[in-house]
Ligand binder design. Structure first.
Ligand SMILES: Cc1ncc(COP(=O)(O)OP(=O)(O)O)c(N)n1
Ligand SMILES: Cc1ncsc1CCOP(=O)(O)O
Ligand SMILES: [Mg+2]
Length: 237
């Protein structure tokens, strides 16, 4: 299983570049306006989020830089990597751990040159193993597939079947699932091969007081169903 270790060998919980299986919390400017962003991410971290992404396509650049810097400080003190969506230059300026790039964003190799070998660079692969293969060759640190379920955040994202998750495991890189993920459907994706569940609405939509609880529920799904935490579960299935 490459960077994440072999099934059943999870010990200290840390892996290459600090990537661990678990909840990948992604922010949203509509669900989390400026005044609510930090408290919401703090709650997600208390609930066990292992990776955070700052995703904001609307705020002006100075505001994005301010928020990204605040999140970088918060995530740094929690020992959790912060990823910036779309924008490698913002990642560099705010001191984030890395960037997430889609097929319409700048290239992985360009981002690698900007951010250096230690940066975490994630790539959107939709449901397409050829895209994953190319992202793998270009040095992506994790491969993201989806959307698996209907999504209010990105309703028109291309749909993916869960079978792609198992097939993507041969790249030996953390496999990320995204799109309409909730505490109810997350188990299915972990059992299908996901190492990270990337979640916006299923974590941050609804009562802000419940974010920590929802994050903890996602975290428990990994403890119960991910092979690095519980090899017996996968041997049975
Ligand atoms: C973890 C993760 N996976 C996929 C995406 C989507 O990236 P992209 O296709 O570039 O779409 P936008 O998020 O930029 O609208 C993501 N952000 N994170
Ligand atoms: C950014 C993105 N890419 C594919 S689906 C999606 C949205 C994820 O948000 P949600 O968890 O609310 O469906
Ligand atoms: Mg993008």
């Amino acid at each position: 299983m490459g960077d994440l270790g072999s099934p059943g060998t999870f010990n200290a919980g840390t892996t290459a570049k600090g990537l661990r299986p678990g909840l990948y919390a992604i922010t949203d400017s509509q669900l989390l306006p400026a005044g609510k962003l930090m408290a919401a991410v703090e709650a997600a971290l208390r609930g066990g989020a292992v990776l955070v992404q700052y995703r904001d396509k609307k705020a002006p650049q100075p505001e994005r830089l301010r928020q990204a810097r605040d999140l970088a400080a918060l995530c740094n003190s929690a020992g959790v990597p912060l990823i910036i969506n779309d924008d490698a230059e913002l990642a560099r300026r705010c001191g984030a751990a890395g960037v997430h790039l889609g097929q319409s964003d700048s290239s992985l190799t360009e981002a690698r040159q900007q951010l250096g070998e230690h940066a975490i660079i994630g790539a959107t692969c939709h449901a397409d193993l050829a895209l994953a293969s190319s992202a793998d060759r270009d040095g992506a640190d994790y491969l993201a597939f989806g959307r698996f379920f209907s999504s209010n955040t990105k309703p028109n994202a291309p749909a993916a079947d869960t079978s792609v998750l198992a097939r993507a495991r041969h790249f030996g890189k953390p496999v990320t699932a995204i799109g309409g993920i909730t505490t109810d459907n997350g188990e299915l994706l972990i059992r299908a091969g996901a190492d990270l569940l990337a979640v916006v609405g299923g974590l941050f939509d609804g009562d802000p007081a419940a974010i920590e609880t929802r994050a903890r529920q996602f975290t428990r799904l990994f403890a119960a169903h991910h092979p690095l935490f519980s090899s017996s579960v996968h041997q049975e299935s």
